[in-house]
Design a protein around this ligand. Structure first.
Ligand code: NDP
Length: 328
């Protein structure tokens, strides 16, 4: 059956401007790192993506290596575009990235022009797209001149493969250099994609200041610390969880001390009538430099819960200090 998105899709979502650019992103975006690969149930991913779009999530984030197997999330997303979203391409912001290992040999990872351009072409082919909206350098490459990596992003934009350029997980100094090179090339760096959640606050030590100075946007990944900042692991590791699948969330990292903190945070969330997942997502949006919180979801309910969190975005001084105390 043809997919008809909800008429109400733009009624309640919040759209934030990305730095000083002309484009806005939804306060909550959906990432396809997990749950959209060829090891997953296609129909589940399809239901999640449709519901996300129905709720005003216009931004879908991918990378060359998402799956598993690597590339399969882009292939499945391509199938979703063909089956469901093709008529709505102009309502969507689709991103991809290159930086991590994708194919064997010296040209299959890091930051050379050779790798980035070839990988972008492969991503477009897998997704069946003429262009992506944002193309990222997925990680800083210490062995390639930054001029070459940024030159490749500039070329990718100028050649029509992408509309905007972005960088991911670059430190403040690398970010400032990347922004300067891209500005001089005439393709401003639109956005940075760093990890940020209550357990990993590295961006507060200089990166957010740099982004403000450079007028760049920021989309933060893993706002739920891969599911840890929910009520999921309060009583052990459930079978249907990311930690149980032994993929990217190491079960050994879920220590008593962590769970103790999560329990305290859960109580604070309850007192503000939110689930912990909801509080964790909106917590990442406190600083206005953060344009969007980039969640993952294995169930439709995860997306619905995150979007409903936008009804309570503010933190009282008491709540903020209780959170700081719980995290100590
Ligand atoms: P999250 O921190 O949001 O974790 C998502 C996972 O948490 C879900 O898959 C689910 O896992 C669990 N979860 C979500 N909502 C709930 C809920 N309400 N209750 C209980 N459990 C919940 O984000 P991700 O780590 O998935 O990262 C999001 C996106 O960020 C990626 O898809 C990718 O696009 C991007 N990313 C970018 C990186 C980069 O280097 N640039 C690196 C990593 C991610 P479960 O299976 O346990 O149900």
């Amino acid at each position: 059956m043809d997919y008809l998105p909800a008429d109400s899709r733009y009624k309640s979502m919040l759209y934030n401007r990305v730095g000083a650019s002309g484009v806005r992103l939804p306060a909550i975006s959906l990432g396809l790192w997990h749950n959209f690969g060829d090891v997953d149930v296609f129909q589940n991913g399809r239901t999640i993506a449709r519901r996300a779009f129905d709720l005003g999530i216009t931004h879908f984030d991918l990378a060359n290596n998402y799956g598993p197997s690597p590339g399969s999330a882009e292939e499945n997303f391509g199938a979703l575009m063909r089956k469901d979203f093709h008529p709505f391409r102009d309502e969507m912001i689709i991103s991809s990235k290159a930086g991590y290992l994708m194919w064997p040999g010296p040209y299959g990872e890091w930051g050379s022009r050779k790798y980035l351009v070839a990988s972008c072409d492969q991503s477009l082919q897998r997704m069946g797209l003429k262009y992506v909206d944002i193309f990222y350098s997925h990680r800083f490459d210490p062995d390639t001149p930054l001029e070459e990596t940024m030159g490749a992003l500039d070329f990718i934009v100028r050649s029509g493969r992408a509309l905007y350029a972005g960088i991911s997980s670059y430190n403040p100094e690398q970010t400032a250099r990347a922004a300067k090179i891209l500005r001089e090339l005439g393709t401003p760096c639109l956005i940075h994609q760093p990890k940020y959640n209550m357990f990993d606050r590295w961006i507060e030590n200089g990166l957010t200041d740099t982004l403000k100075k450079e007028h760049m946007g920021c989309i933060v990944f893993s706002p739920l610390a891969q599911g840890l900042l929910t009520n999921k692991y309060l009583n052990g590791i459930p079978e249907d969880s990311r930690a149980a699948r032994h993929t990217s969330l190491d079960p050994d990292s879920i220590t008593h001390d962590k769970v103790d903190k999560v329990r305290k945070l859960n109580d604070i969330a309850k007192a503000r009538r939110q689930s912990l997942a909801q509080m964790a997502v909106v917590w990442t949006l406190r600083d206005k430099v953060v344009t969007s919180s980039l969640i993952g979801a294995s169930k439709v309910a995860h997306v619905e819960e995150a979007v409903a969190a936008l009804n309570n975005l503010s933190f009282s001084a008491g709540e903020s200090s209780a959170i700081e105390a719980a995290l100590k």
